[in-house]
Design a binder for this molecule. Structure first.
Ligand code: FMN
Ligand code: SF4
Length: 435
């Protein structure tokens, strides 16, 4: 497939302003500024663009919900926190195609009546922030950002804000709190950001990849965009494939591609490394249910993956081969989640740590059969009972692996050790450490 989001990523200078404008960059902004904000929103709605940050919520609808009658300023907050394990696509867009993101932010601002967009970038992306700042300065000097953009009378600025580096800061209301200078802890909803977001003003929080799709829609039309993928799953999509594959990486494809293609096809990850058999795939970043090898013949789309019993989420496809101990994998993930919980609600704060300790006990061979039901009980008491979706994200790896690999958990308890061959365990761990 022709590449639309990442066409010049392999060109060392492909990210720069002159290369971007040479290929028609900022033409979509000019076109959008000649349209009414309502017409831009209608166009994005007609394209069916669904947010690429995890939930797949329709972007046009989100922009329509922004309270335009409010006398307060409006804001676009670009969510560039990208902290979900297995997800590493947004930094590629920012580093290798920053002007596409700026153009998406500016068109979004025009659509919702904002004069400022903030790009909230994860603290660890220091080098990416530097690229963004340098290219932003060039765009400002060339009249694409700032006052009277391209002589159209439209004023709009973009600021890059570096977060401190917390997974929870990617949750939209926690991101807003952090931008306001507070701890990245979520707010109670409602009110939703579209009504009361940044500084109490109407705000749209959009993922990097989502905003990068907007100039493409304006440029080529909503029908083109919708036609690229299965129904209601249109547009180009970035997939991050990691783990035990021959060629881990970020791949652009339409959502007509299947999960099996992404794992096995030579155009993508090229199959499982070292001649091993596939054990399972977590298709949407670490927070969604695992799929078994016979569940991969579905489109890697929001609806296709849901049909298979999981979620596309942030399209971080984590591939695990037969050498992986699933108890250890769950323990590893819970180590992350217990560390990253913001601590605001008890089930998440206490439950995540408790799950991690029990998983460690089972993994070491000190577990008892009743611990398996305890894991399920704790997981179910977190699921759906917390302020934000982090709680579900933390409980899912445990609930899903106990359900799908219960025999492996039981073998740990029965045998008092991990049942997998020792060299397999060592290989898996060294790969995880290398990542
Ligand atoms: C714990 C947690 C972490 C999240 N991290 C991110 C993130 O890093 N990037 C992102 O775009 N969305 C993240 N989200 C989803 C955002 O809250 C929000 O739905 C998204 O930014 C909306 O953008 P979209 O509509 O363009 O997808 C996270 C959600 C949760 C609950
Ligand atoms: S679910 Fe966890 S991360 Fe989300 S608000 Fe509650 S404690 Fe914080």
């Amino acid at each position: 497939m022709e590449l639309f989001l990442t066409p010049h990523v392999r060109d060392a200078h492909g990210y720069a302003l002159d290369a971007y404008t040479r290929h028609g960059g900022y033409g979509a902004l000019r076109k959008a500024l000649a349209m009414t904000p309502e017409a831009v929103i209608d166009m994005v709605k007609a394209s069916g663009l669904r947010g690429r940050g995890g939930a797949g919520f329709p972007t046009g609808l989100k922009w329509q919900f922004v309270d335009k009658k409010s006398p307060k300023p409006k804001y676009i907050c670009c969510n560039a926190d990208e902290s979900e394990p297995g997800t590493f696509k947004d930094h590629v867009l920012m580093e290798r195609n920053p002007h596409l993101l700026f153009e998406g932010c500016l068109i979004g601002c025009h659509a919702i009546g904002a004069k400022v967009a903030y790009i909230y970038i994860r603290g660890e992306f220091y080098h990416v922030q530097q690229v963004l700042e340098a290219e932003l300065e060039k765009a400002r000097a060339a009249g694409y950002v700032g006052r009277n953009i391209m002589g159209t009378g439209f004023d709009c600025d973009i600021y890059v804000h570096r977060g401190a580096g917390a997974y929870e800061a990617g949750e939209e209301t926690a991101l807003i709190e952090s931008l306001e200078g507070k701890r990245a802890q979520p707010r109670l909803k409602p009110p939703f950001p579209a009504v009361e977001g940044l500084y109490g003003c109407p705000t749209a929080v959009n993922n990097v990849e989502t905003l990068c799709n907007v100039p493409l829609i304006v440029d080529r039309g909503p029908e083109w965009f919708a036609g690229l993928g299965p129904e209601k799953n249109g547009g180009p999509k970035l997939f991050c494939v990691s783990g035990h594959v021959k060629k881990p990486g970020v791949y652009e494809a339409s959502m007509t591609v299947t999960l099996r293609d992404l794992v096995y096809d030579d155009r993508f990850a090229g199959g499982i490394r070292g001649g091993h058999a596939l054990k399972c795939v977590i298709p949407g970043g670490s927070s969604v249910p695992v799929l078994l090898p016979d569940q991969l013949d579905v489109t890697a789309s929001f609806d296709g993956v849901a049909q298979a019993g999981s979620l596309l989420g942030s399209a971080g496809i984590i591939v695990m081969d037969e050498t992986t101990c699933m108890v250890w994998a769950a323990e590893n993930l819970l180590h992350f989640y217990k560390h990253e919980s913001c601590g605001k609600c008890t089930p998440c704060r206490e439950g995540g740590d408790w799950l991690h300790r029990i998983l460690g006990k089972i993994e070491r061979g000190d577990g008892q059969m009743r611990d398996l039901d305890l894991l399920l009980s704790i997981g179910n008491n977190i699921m759906g009972k917390t302020l934000c979706a982090f709680g579900d994200a933390a409980a899912t790896p445990v609930l899903s692996t106990v359900k799908t690999f219960r025999a492996e958990y039981e073998a740990h308890v029965r045998e008092g050790r991990c049942p997998l061959p020792a060299p397999w365990r060592a290989a898996s761990r060294s790969l995880a450490a290398a990542h």
